[in-house]
Write a protein that binds this ligand. Structure first.
Ligand code: ADP
Ligand code: MG
Length: 245
């Protein structure tokens, strides 16, 4: 029997006024899996991720995170959000705080760890992304790739059950992309469950357990990378992936 999903999306619909963005999304992410989501701009990838911690309100459907129905009227959203780490294209670090300070912030303010414990956890997270030696640097003193790795450290320090990445390397100069992807590979090897929206097709092909192709608010096709990139079943998938090869 397969392990119960950490993240389960069932019949997710989302509209903004008359603009229907998600038209019934069903997706499961099981413990330790890395699922990549690919698809053209405007297909609803970010909206789907943002619904998973209710940064956006779904119009219809169910989302379960670690068994918790996040649409339940009495759900503790603060608790739910601590189970989901999120990394965006933009790093959104506080410029006046060091790398260590940025990582410590939620550990202290949200999880209420006393300073020494927060610092211990933050240093461990910085070590996981290979930046323990930059703990005292300010974001302005770090490269884009290093800033994004601080963003990842900030998320993993809270020990989430699942990590959501929304095009984490899209804002980076090409030579900085590799270091961020490498950290994501290592996270995955350490057992983290991950849902990753990306245009890095080589990464998806090499690392993903499954690849989801979205278009027009639907999941058009989902399968192992060999299928999606090697033998896509749908014309739209074929047309999309052929642009990257
Ligand atoms: P993707 O991440 O695949 O590029 P998005 O989820 O960002 O797609 O957007 C899907 C569609 O939803 C787009 O047409 C976009 O204009 C629309 N959309 C996204 N966010 C909002 C919003 N806050 N208000 C209105 N429309 C939005
Ligand atoms: Mg997007």
């Amino acid at each position: 029997m397969q392990a119960a999903p950490i993240l389960e999306i069932v019949g997710l619909h989302k509209s903004y006024d008359n603009n229907v963005v998600l038209r019934g999304i069903d997706l499961r992410v099981r413990p330790g899996q890395l699922i990549c989501v690919i698809g053209p701009s405007g297909s609803g990838k970010s909206t789907m991720l943002r619904c998973c911690n209710r940064l956006e309100e779904p119009s219809e459907g169910q989302i379960l995170v670690d068994g918790i129905q996040i649409m339940h009227p009495r759900v503790n959203l603060n608790e739910v959000r601590q189970r989901i780490g999120m990394v965006f294209q933009q790093f959104n670090l506080y410029p006046h705080l060091t790398a260590l300070g940025n990582v410590m912030l939620a550990l202290k303010k949200v999880q209420r760890h006393p300073h020494p414990e927060a610092e211990k956890r933050a240093r461990k997270a910085l070590q996981q992304v290979g930046l323990e030696h930059k703990a005292d640097s300010y974001p302005g003193q770090l490269s884009g790739g290093q800033q994004q790795r601080v963003g990842i450290a900030r998320a993993i320090a809270l020990e989430p059950k699942v990590m959501l990445f929304d095009e984490p390397t899209s804002a980076l100069d090409p030579e900085l992309v590799g270091s961020v992807l490498q950290v994501m590979r290592e996270l995955r090897e350490a057992g983290m469950t991950m849902l990753v929206v990306t245009h890095e097709m080589a990464f998806a092909r090499a690392v993903a357990d499954r690849v989801v192709f979205m278009d027009g608010g639907h999941i058009v096709e989902e399968g192992p990378p060999e299928q999606i990139f090697g033998a896509p079943q749908h014309e739209r998938t074929r047309a999309f992936v052929s642009r990257f090869s």
